[in-house]
Write a protein that binds this ligand. Structure first.
Ligand code: B12
Ligand code: SF4
Length: 466
């Protein structure tokens, strides 16, 4: 084996970070493989940046494809093209982790699927390729052997490596295309605010809330437990990503940054190197964690923007998806953030279970209250997207059966993927008491309110994953 290529297919909504931040999952994977097998040529291809050109660039021995529920179909187009060129295809990422068996049964272009965190099992797979007995011993691997699909056992959370041992991503794996991200950043809103670099990292894997109170039913995350970088390693990685001559924004993808119940955040705040005074962070956090003390620590860490999932303005709807937050906590969170001069990016979902005109009205009012009390930089709102792996995907299957649509329910279970927009429409039809038209009507009203408050908001074209 001479060369391995890792691709993130395009798909889903185009956001301001699309084509500006490279895909961290396959960069991390590629860095790990290159370090373990230095003789191997490793290339990372971002379909969000390259579009249809990705296919022309396929020329390795193995293609690793990173899948979500939104980009899976484009991933299969890549896999078929790669197969025609004689490559071996391995899928990974959140979608393939859940639908591994169905994928291997239905897609002959796919040779194997790795479930969950890919670094170690992918390396083991590359080393064992062709040796069926060795392949069978690799945990978190599914592959086809003749007409049989072999599914190995899953790694227990305690078998996963400490985060500090997974190397920071090596951006040189992007080759010449790496420069394109910098050119695209010139049109990003952060450039107008004097940032000279925008980068991403992941300091924590897992979600403490799902450990303590169970997962939100609309969440499709695949990691278990909670692991973090040591604060010293955290700051070393921040420093390595920073532009020492300019102003840097780093988006930490940990979900949530403020979730740990111990003193991790305190240590991170305490150990901040004073010379990194022009490096700022954007993070994900939950409203119930953003009390005054925590927000003060965020200010010390130099967090500038916090992405908070408010989801709905109807308390009953929040409870129906096991969100674990209250409307009062939402208001307190934006208030505390504002006092610390930290902006909030507010995220909402239309089409909660049982959503109707009344709950949409409550969401509209709550969003207005949040804009009045807080310092909102923007709001992002989508229609509910039930993805395989979410508890709500199973809820939809159950409801379809109850509504007499058993064939459709079976198809959702047995398929390797379902068209994303059809899924959204099915959900609205069977799980809510509203319609896409009514949602659009409320969205236009919310857009008016956002414009009055001078808060950026997505247009209606982003409500569905068209
Ligand atoms: C950052 C992010 C984004 C960014 C991506 C920017 C970029 N260029 O990377 C943006 C904002 C654009 C985005 C968009 C979307 N996202 Co998003 N996003 C995330 C987030 C927060 C972090 C992802 C990440 O980089 N993690 C860090 C890396 C190191 O981990 P990783 O990506 O999971 O990769 C590891 C494993 O998955 C695996 N792996 C991944 N790929 C591969 C490939 C191979 C071959 C192998 C072997 C292994 C492997 O190994 C990797 C290393 O350990 C996750 C939630 C989370 N915290 O994971 C959601 C998440 C991935 N997103 C999700 C969704 C739904 C979306 C959207 C559909 C939203 C929308 N409505 O449009 C779009 C789809 C985009 C697309 N093209 O498919 C879901 C996916 C669920 C699913 N089943 O598909 C997640 C899990 C959120 C959630 N809670 O449900 N997203
Ligand atoms: S949506 Fe966020 S808080 Fe809820 S379970 Fe998923 S990662 Fe945790």
């Amino acid at each position: 084996m001479r060369k391995i290529q890792l691709a993130f297919p395009s798909g889903g909504s185009k956001l301001s970070s699309t084509g500006v931040l490279p895909p961290l999952g396959i960069l991390s994977l590629g860095t790990y493989l290159k370090r373990a097998m230095p003789e191997l040529e490793v290339e990372v291809l971002d379909g969000e940046l390259l579009g249809d050109r990705t296919i022309d660039l396929l020329d390795g021995d193995v293609l690793g494809i990173s899948t979500t529920g939104a980009n899976y179909y484009n991933g299969i187009v890549l896999a078929r093209a790669a197969k025609r060129k004689g490559m071996r295809n391995v899928l990974g990422g959140p979608h393939a982790t859940v639908k591994h068996e169905q994928i291997l049964r239905r897609q002959l272009s796919v040779d194997a699927v790795i479930r969950g965190e890919g670094e170690k099992p992918f390396l083991d797979y590359l080393r064992a390729m062709g040796d069926i007995a060795a392949l069978r011993t690799i945990k978190d691997l599914s592959f086809r052997e003749g007409s049989e699909v072999v599914i190995s056992e899953r790694r227990a959370p305690c078998e996963l490596p400490p985060l500090d041992t997974i190397p920071a991503p090596d951006y040189s794996l992007l080759g010449d295309f790496g420069r394109q991200y910098m050119y695209n950043f010139e049109d990003h809103p952060y450039t107008a605010r004097d940032y000279t670099r925008f980068s991403s990292m992941e300091s924590q894997k897992g979600c403490q809330k799902s450990v303590d109170k169970g997962r939100c039913t609309f969440c499709a995350r695949i990691d278990k437990g909670l692991r973090r970088l040591e604060p010293e390693e955290f700051w070393q990685r921040v420093e390595a990503s920073a532009d020492q001559w300019g102003k840097t924004m780093i988006w930490d993808y940990s979900d949530s940054f403020t979730g740990a119940r111990d003193d991790w955040l305190l240590r991170v705040a305490y150990e901040r190197p004073p010379h990194l005074n022009n490096v700022y962070l954007k993070i994900f956090a939950r409203a119930d964690e953003l009390d005054e003390v925590t927000v003060d620590l965020l200010r010390h860490v130099r967090v500038r923007e916090v992405f908070v999932g408010f989801e709905s303005g109807d308390q009953q709807k929040l409870e129906s998806v096991n969100k674990g937050t209250t409307l009062e906590q939402n208001l307190a969170a934006v208030h505390n953030l504002r006092r610390a001069n930290i902006e909030t990016y507010g995220s909402f979902i239309y089409g909660m279970p049982g959503e109707d005109a009344r709950s949409l009205e409550l969401t509209l009012r709550h969003a207005e209250d949040l804009m009045s009390v807080g310092q909102l930089s923007a709001m992002g709102i989508r229609c509910f997207f039930p993805l395989a792996g979410m508890p709500d995907y199973q809820r939809l299957v159950n409801k379809l059966r109850k509504d007499g649509c058993s064939a459709l329910a079976d198809e959702l279970v047995e398929c390797d993927a379902f068209d994303p927009v059809d899924l959204q429409r099915l959900w609205l039809h069977h799980m809510t008491n509203t319609s896409y038209e009514e949602i659009r009507h409320y969205h236009f009203r919310l857009m008016d309110a956002a414009h009055r408050h001078d808060v950026r908001i997505n247009g209606p074209e982003r409500l569905l994953l068209l």
